[in-house]
Design a protein. Structure first.
Length: 318
């Protein structure tokens, strides 16, 4: 697998971006990504990737349900990945609660549970490679300085800001994105100033190594699609997953459900006043997949939607 350099070439009188490959990625990453691409060629591979910062609320569970339905309708693989890199946000017991809720609803995943924290070696290998190849630079811009900009304006791009401590702070590491992404997302933080791997890097590399073909997630994540495609392109890969986004479940005031705001999830399974079928029916009815008041298991809902494919497709937006 090769790193690319971007140059311009004239073809038929027009400027066209061309990918030239050089400087191999580390052998381990090359092999892992190649294996992931082979898995992609075998068919649909989706995933659900919650952060264990608290119990899954009903909006998370509805997204999981739609993602699971899409994978199963396509006779595909559905993986469960736990995004547990941001350790200050993690809540004790949240992973076990997540697994219990998914099992109770009948949302079975394929293979073992995947923990992002076990992939830190992959992320640091890619960062080290990019740093050696001058694809990264140190950025010391504060959040306050950047608040007025929709894209990173490049203040530190051509400066020697230093990689070490300065004024008791380490710099963030930014990726020089390929030219065709420069005006779409700007240079991206791939390692935060607190030393944590940035979401875009971890997610994009995982998708490629795990061979993910399709990502179904909440519409609040639609704005990050371009950033993740930029990271994938920076690895020299031209085929990101197909990203589709589903409506958010909102409360009575029209605000999206959020763990941060303590939005309601499922009570402990032994104290649940309703059946799993009633809960699945409630989630499905909120999207008009079934009539209100329906009680339906996930296998029954799958068969119901399989013969009515437009029901699900209407909720999956780019």
């Amino acid at each position: 697998m090769d790193r690319f350099l971007w140059v311009s070439r004239r073809q038929a009188g027009t400027e066209k971006q061309t990918l030239h490959l050089s400087e191999s990625l580390p052998e381990q990453l090359h092999n892992l990504i190649a294996a992931g691409q082979q898995r992609r060629r075998q068919g649909y591979r989706g995933r659900f990737a919650p952060t264990p910062s608290g119990p899954l609320h009903l909006g998370n569970l509805r997204t999981a349900l739609l993602s699971w339905l899409d994978a199963r309708i396509c006779n595909g693989v559905w993986l469960l990945r736990i995004d547990d890199l941001d350790t200050p946000r993690l809540q004790s017991g949240a992973i076990d609660a997540c697994l219990a809720d998914l099992r109770w609803l009948g949302l079975s995943w394929d293979g073992p549970v995947i923990l992002q924290s076990q992939h830190r070696g992959w992320y640091h290998s890619l960062l080290s490679h990019w740093r050696r190849c001058d694809r990264l630079y140190a950025c010391r811009c504060s959040r306050r300085e950047l608040n007025q900009h929709s894209l990173y304006p490049g203040h530190c791009r051509d400066c020697e800001m230093g990689w070490g401590w300065k004024n008791r702070r380490l710099p963030a590491w930014r990726l020089r994105v390929p030219k065709n992404f420069a005006h779409r997302c700007g240079d991206l933080v791939v390692r935060r100033s607190d030393g944590f791997i940035a979401y875009h890097l971890a997610t994009a590399l995982d998708e490629m190594i795990l061979g993910i073909t399709d990502v179904v997630r909440g519409s609040d994540l639609a704005p990050v699609k371009i950033a993740q495609e930029a990271v994938i392109a920076a690895m020299g890969l031209e085929s990101p997953p197909r990203y589709r986004h589903v409506p958010l479940l909102c409360d009575r005031e029209g605000l999206k459900l959020s763990k941060r705001n303590g939005s309601q999830g499922l009570p402990p399974w032994q104290n649940r006043p309703v059946s799993a079928a009633a809960t699945v029916g409630r989630l499905a009815a909120s999207l008009d997949l079934v009539p209100p008041g329906s009680q339906i298991s996930t296998p029954e809902l799958l068969e119901h939607v399989r013969v009515r494919p437009t029901l699900l497709k209407s909720h999956l937006q780019p």
